[in-house]
Structure formats: structure tokens, C-alpha cells
Design a protein around this ligand. Structure first.
Ligand SMILES: C[S@@+](CC[C@H](N)C(=O)[O-])C[C@H]1O[C@@H](n2cnc3c(N)ncnc32)[C@H](O)[C@@H]1O
Length: 263
């Protein structure tokens, strides 16, 4: 914003959503008066920022499947920015009578497009007005590879065949930047880009790593799920966590996927 201080900046204490949102904003053509659909909106990163920047002549419609997240976002909003609306909706199955938008954004969204990511992206592009821009971010294939290499090596050493099969399936299932670019090209978008920026996630050893707020509720849980026996999984990961020098620096790939709908 030009001549007054922003009241809804991206939160500075969020070391995951905010860096992804910053890369999203770097690629988003954001102007006053736009109508924006923000999917997987969570509690409002970056919906509040977008709403402030488009101003009262625009509209932000933010959807999340979690009623809890929507309630949290609405509580933060109160009666402010009335041109921003949070609704509980599944972004993969948006109502067909929903209006079209000038922009569709989704920070940390693509990983939740399962099981058919291509169809989910197609659905979002249908909600885009001709000439409009789609900008999505996600941690792309390659994220935390240094850690996965250690996990894989130890699984081989310990002959954990079933766990390793599951683990490989999980790794291969993660969408890559190239795959994302392919979807947008196939769906006939113009000026398609899939750009990756590195993001280092800092951690200490042992407990700090195993209970890292970012890793434990997502990435590490996926490894635990490869094990039938959770106490075995705990021992397996505790051993790995002793020596974090094997896999640090821990680097995520922040992927920004963007393209424009033809007029
Ligand atoms: C990693 S969070 C990102 C939230 C926010 N955009 C941010 O950057 O902090 C992912 C969000 O996607 C939501 N989500 C998952 N599956 C969804 C779906 N099918 N439709 C809409 N939202 C979904 C979750 O409830 C969660 O709030």
C-alpha cells in the first residue's frame, strides 16, 4: 500500500505459511478492485493481506473445509474488511453457481487437492474469469530430501521392507513443480510458471526435531504412518533425531505455480 501503514501484514511469527505467502505475493498481480477467490484459506494467510490491498471496491471470498479454521478467521476479522468473506467449503467441489473471479489464490493448497489434483486444478480454473490469474503454492517434490535420504538408508539397513515400500509411495505421491506446470499447460493457461525458492527450516536435535511444530503435524507424521507399530516408529525416528547433522540444513522447496486464463 502506498501512503498508509498496512494493518493486515502477513504474520511475522509464522515461519512456514508466511514465507510461502510471500512467494505467492511476489507472483500475484494484485490491484485495487479485484475479485479474488482464496482457497485453503486457513485462518486468513494471505486473505487478510489481499483484502486490505484490493480495498472496498474489490472482494475476497476465502474458503476452507475446516469449520474450525473458518471460525478462527471470522473471529480475527470481526466487523473489519467487510468485503472479505470466509466460508466453509471444499475447494475440490465448489458449487457450480459460484461467480467467477479475477484471481484465484491458494497458499499451501496443492497438497490437499488429492486424490485427483488435475481435476481440482481444473475446477479452480473454471472459477477464473477470462484474463484472470491463478497462483498456488506448495512444498514441492524435493522438500526435505536430505532427511528422506537418511530415513530411506536406515530403512534399508534395518530391512524394513514394508515400511520402505509405503515410504516410497508417500514420497512419489508428492507433486513436483514440473507436474504442476504440466497441469496448467494442459488446461491451456498462458504465461505458466512453476518456480521454486528454497526455505531452510531450522531445528535442534532429539526432542526439538521430533516435536518440531512444523514437522510433527505433517511431514514426520507421514513417516510414522509407514509403521504398523508406533513404538517402533518412535524408536526409529528417535535414533535418526540424535544426529541431525546427517540431514541438516533441512530445505523445503517453496513452489509457486501460476498462469493466466486466455481471454
Ligand atoms: C497448510 S494450511 C494453509 C492455510 C493458509 N492458506 C495458510 O497459508 O496459512 C491448509 C489448509 O487447507 C485446508 N484444506 C484442506 N483440504 C481442503 C479442501 N479440500 N478444501 C478446502 N480447504 C482445505 C485445511 O483445513 C487448512 O486450513
Amino acid at each position: 500500500m502506498s501512503n498508509h501503514t498496512a494493518r493486515w501484514p502477513l504474520p511475522t511469527h509464522d515461519y512456514w505459511s508466511t514465507p510461502f505467502a510471500e512467494s505467492l505475493l511476489q507472483h500475484l498481480d494484485l490491484r485495487p478492485g479485484l475479485r479474488i477467490l482464496d482457497v485453503a484459506s486457513g485462518y486468513g494467510i494471505p486473505a487478510f493481506y489481499l483484502a486490505e490491498h484490493i480495498g472496498p471496491s474489490g472482494e475476497v471470498f476465502a474458503v476452507d473445509v475446516s469449520a474450525g479454521q473458518v471460525a478462527r478467521a471470522r473471529a480475527i476479522q470481526g466487523s473489519q474488511l467487510p468485503w472479505l468473506r470466509f466460508e466453509c467449503m471444499d475447494m475440490r467441489f465448489l458449487p457450480s453457481n459460484l461467480a467467477t473471479f479475477d484471481r484465484v489464490t491458494g497458499n499451501l493448497s496443492v497438497m490437499f487437492f488429492r486424490p485427483n489434483r488435475f481435476e481440482a486444478v481444473r475446477g479452480l480454473i473454471e472459477r477464473l474469469h477470462p484474463g484472470g490469474q491463478l497462483v498456488l503454492t506448495f512444498p514441492s517434490h524435493g522438500t526435505f530430501d536430505s532427511l528422506w535420504q537418511v530415513v530411506d538408508r536406515v530403512m534399508i539397513q534395518q530391512r524394513r521392507i514394508i515400511e520402505r515400500e509405503r515410504f516410497q509411495t508417500y514420497l512419489n505421491e508428492r507433486p513436483s513443480a514440473q507436474e504442476g506446470r504440466g497441469w496448467l499447460e494442459k488446461l491451456d493457461l498462458e504465461r505458466v510458471e512453476a518456480i521454486e525458492y528454497p526455505l531452510e527450516v531450522a531445528t535442534g536435535p532429539g526432542h526439538e526435531f521430533l516435536h518440531h511444530p512444523l514437522l510433527r503435524r505433517g511431514f514426520l507424521d507421514d513417516v510414522f504412518e509407514c509403521f504398523e507399530d508406533q513404538s517402533l516408529a518412535e524408536r526409529f525416528m528417535t535414533d535418526i533425531a540424535h544426529d541431525i547433522t546427517q540431514f541438516t540444513p533441512l530445505i523445503a522447496h517453496r513452489c509457486v505455480l501460476t498462469g493466466w486464463k486466455k481471454i
